[in-house]
Write a protein that binds this ligand. Structure first.
Ligand SMILES: Nc1ncnc2c1ncn2[C@@H]1O[C@H](COP(=O)(O)OP(=O)(O)O)[C@@H](O)[C@H]1O
Ligand SMILES: [Mg+2]
Length: 374
């Protein structure tokens, strides 16, 4: 494997928080060679974010919806925003388009419902490939779902290789719109089939919904509001009664499965505090599903900026060392974008991206569809 080809891949991630597009350049052989290049963030405007959020649904009829004018318009705008973001990013970093071998394009999830056989991301990959003259890989979840998997989470294989040199029991916790955790033991001779991963619960998406509904803020900056509030234990207990939390992994979650209706009589700060305690509890529940106590939990994703939440996580998950991805010099806002760059290269090489303990599939599976530019 010494002389395996290195690819220069660009990853594009827009998660369930619907906050914007993360972009990252990765140099990789699709296996253990990983070199993180520059990364950036392109936020959505408030109005575009609202337009996207207005079409989120727990269950949809994709065939019907795909034809709807409003969806087509949102999809075209989203694709165009990705195009603009890439151009700006490449210019800023003085990277020539023809140096990029492939783009890993996650797309914006509208509805994730593996039990109904789909996970739907919008984003026109063919158009993006043709606009840029670069091949695009997208539709990463489909193959997994049609083979009985959850279609999520997809980033564990990247977490695994990224942390390969940390000879510890590692738990990667991504605090995005939904939180997901990945666990492996780099101390023992593991193989990819031992990577354990699943969604832990709602995270930034729910906190953002509450804060935007009750103020003109996009999110609770550093968790300052939540810090001032009082937790309503009964509501936390109520949230935790959802069958999702007693379900054994692998499992995944749609951002529309939880609602903030329960909080409606609360002051904004108390609602924020309550949601933060709830999120911290869901993470502890998730950790308790792991076969061993992790030596270290590495936090990534936008939720790690919420200092109040990070403090709660430190208190709840007291037996493990809690570190931010920055402790390892990885920009925690870009991990997912790097991951989709990585997954696109694995698709080119026909290497598996999902495993029995990450999505529940019977055998390791490749994922993604290649859109070649013409
Ligand atoms: N300074 C901050 N303070 C608190 N929360 C933040 C901050 N910056 C970002 N976030 C949270 O992170 C979210 C975005 O995280 P991200 O990892 O991009 O999630 P997703 O993958 O779902 O898009 C924002 O919507 C917000 O909730
Ligand atoms: Mg995001």
């Amino acid at each position: 494997m010494l002389n395996s080809k290195n690819y220069l891949a660009l990853g594009l991630m827009s998660g369930t928080s619907a906050d914007g597009i993360d972009l990252a350049i990765l140099i990789t052989d699709g296996r253990s060679k990983i070199k993180l290049g520059p990364s950036d963030y392109h936020p959505f405007s408030k109005s575009f974010k609202n337009r996207i959020k207005s079409v989120f649904k727990e269950e949809v009829n994709i065939k019907n919806l795909k034809k709807k004018k409003r969806i087509v318009e949102i999809e075209n705008e989203f694709t165009h925003l990705n195009f603009l973001a890439i151009n700006k990013f490449l210019k800023k970093n003085k990277i020539k388009k023809d140096k990029i071998d492939v783009i890993g394009f996650h797309g914006q999830t509208i509805s994730h419902n593996p039990s109904k056989g789909y996970s739907w991301q919008i984003g026109n990959s063919k158009k993006l490939a043709n606009l840029l003259n670069i091949n695009v890989v997208s539709n990463f979840r489909n193959n997994d779902i049609i083979n009985g998997g959850q279609g999520a989470p997809l980033t564990p294989i990247f977490h695994y290789y990224l942390t390969k040199k940390i000879k510890k029991k590692v738990c990667f916790i991504n605090l995005g719109g939904i939180s997901n955790i990945t666990y492996f033991d780099h101390k023992s001779k593991t193989n990819l089939n031992n990577i354990l991963a699943f969604d832990a619960g709602p995270c930034c998406s729910l906190i953002d919904d509450w804060v935007t509904q009750n103020s003109n803020k996009k999110f609770d900056n550093f968790g300052l509001l939540a810090r001032k509030g009082n937790v309503k234990d009964k509501i936390v207990k109520d949230f935790l009664k959802k069958p999702f939390f007693t379900k054994l992994p692998p499992k995944s979650l749609d951002r529309s499965s939880f609602s903030i209706k329960k909080l409606r009589k609360l002051k904004i700060k108390d609602g924020a505090a309550t949601l933060n305690y709830f999120v911290a509890d869901t993470l502890l529940i998730a950790i308790n599903y792991l076969p061993n106590i992790p030596d270290v939990c590495i936090l990534s994703g936008g939720g790690r900026h919420n200092k109040f939440l990070v403090e709660l996580i430190n208190k709840k998950i007291e037996k493990s060392k809690i570190l931010l991805s920055e402790n390892y010099n990885w920009n925690g806002d870009s991990i997912e974008a790097y991951a989709f760059a990585y997954l696109s290269v694995r698709k080119l090489l026909n290497l598996p991206i999902t495993f029995s303990k990450t999505t529940g599939v019977k055998t390791p599976l490749t994922g993604g569809q290649i859109f070649t530019f013409i």
